[in-house]
Design a protein around this ligand. Structure first.
Ligand SMILES: [Zn+2]
Length: 279
């Protein structure tokens, strides 16, 4: 595993907090996870900004990327097929090498336990999907998929025939223009994903926030909405965030190690649940 995980020292106090969080998860009706860039750092994906960040190293995508796509989809597709910009090449190379870490896999474990009902992610790196998450809502899309701008169907690039002489490729079901699923600067969140998020958050009584300070719309609203309705919020983050003071439990450390322990204790609580529920 990564340095962050091997350097990490579990203390008895932290283990106690994890047990407390596991109790909340095991007792909740509907748990929803909200994840961000911090979860993927242990998979070798640096954050976008700051020292060592992807955009710091390779330069930033244009702020009007979506407008440029709309103005000339064929040109945007030619650039997609033959990327010349450093940021595009750097991003594809970095994401292509990354693999899910223990944090992604532990969330799948919570889903298989029947505890976690949905995972909302701000990451475009495909790692939740590779790990095996099923109820997945990718707010900013997925870099490895294509999306129809009209009917929103997602497809693997291999599923669609792309003729470099006849761009952009069109949707096989509705004839709409296909674009990369990644939500570009200036592009609205796909409405189907946004509806899915609001549905999941409305039903949620315990939110697990992993590797994100959740300060960007629409993700910023989700934990606050759960708290407003009397639900619990559990934070897993190596750093204190703006959300920390509002959280029911804050677990400080790398997502991989903490989520693995959280899965372990939640599983133990669930298997003894009938005894604890009937004292
Ligand atoms: Zn379509």
């Amino acid at each position: 595993m990564s340095e962050a995980t091997t350097d990490f020292l579990m203390t008895p106090e932290l283990e106690d907090e994890i047990v407390r969080a596991a109790g909340l998860l095991a007792g909740a009706g509907k748990v929803v996870a909200l994840t961000g860039a911090g979860l993927s750092v242990e998979s070798g994906i640096p954050p976008f900004r700051g020292p060592g960040g992807l955009w710091t190293k390779y330069g930033e995508p244009p702020m009007d990327g979506y407008q440029r796509f709309l103005a000339d989809p064929a040109k945007a597709w030619r650039e997609r097929l033959n990327p010349t910009e450093n940021w595009a090449k750097g991003l594809t190379e970095t994401l292509g090498k990354a693999r899910p870490n223990l944090g992604h896999l532990s969330l799948v474990g919570l889903e298989e336990l029947g505890v976690l009902r949905a995972t909302i992610t701000q990451n475009v790196d495909d790692l939740h999907r590779q790990a095996g998450s099923r109820a997945l809502l990718e707010i900013h899309g997925n870099y490895s998929l294509l999306r129809c701008m009209q009917c929103h169907v997602r497809m693997e690039p291999e599923e669609i025939e792309v003729d470099p002489e006849d761009l952009p490729p069109l949707c096989q079901s509705c004839g709409g223009i296909m674009k990369g699923d990644t939500v570009q600067f200036g592009e609205p969140i796909p409405p189907d994903v946004l509806r899915g998020c609001y549905g999941a958050v409305d039903a949620c009584d315990c939110m697990l926030v992993v590797g994100t300070s959740a300060t960007v719309y629409p993700a910023a609203e989700f934990p606050l909405e759960v708290l407003r309705r009397g639900g619990q919020v559990i934070e897993v983050n190596p750093y204190e965030s703006e959300l920390t003071p509002a959280c029911t439990v804050s677990l400080r450390g790398p997502g991989g190690a903490l989520l693995e322990r959280l899965l372990h204790h939640t599983r133990a609580r669930r298997s003894h649940g009938s005894i604890e529920a009937n004292p």
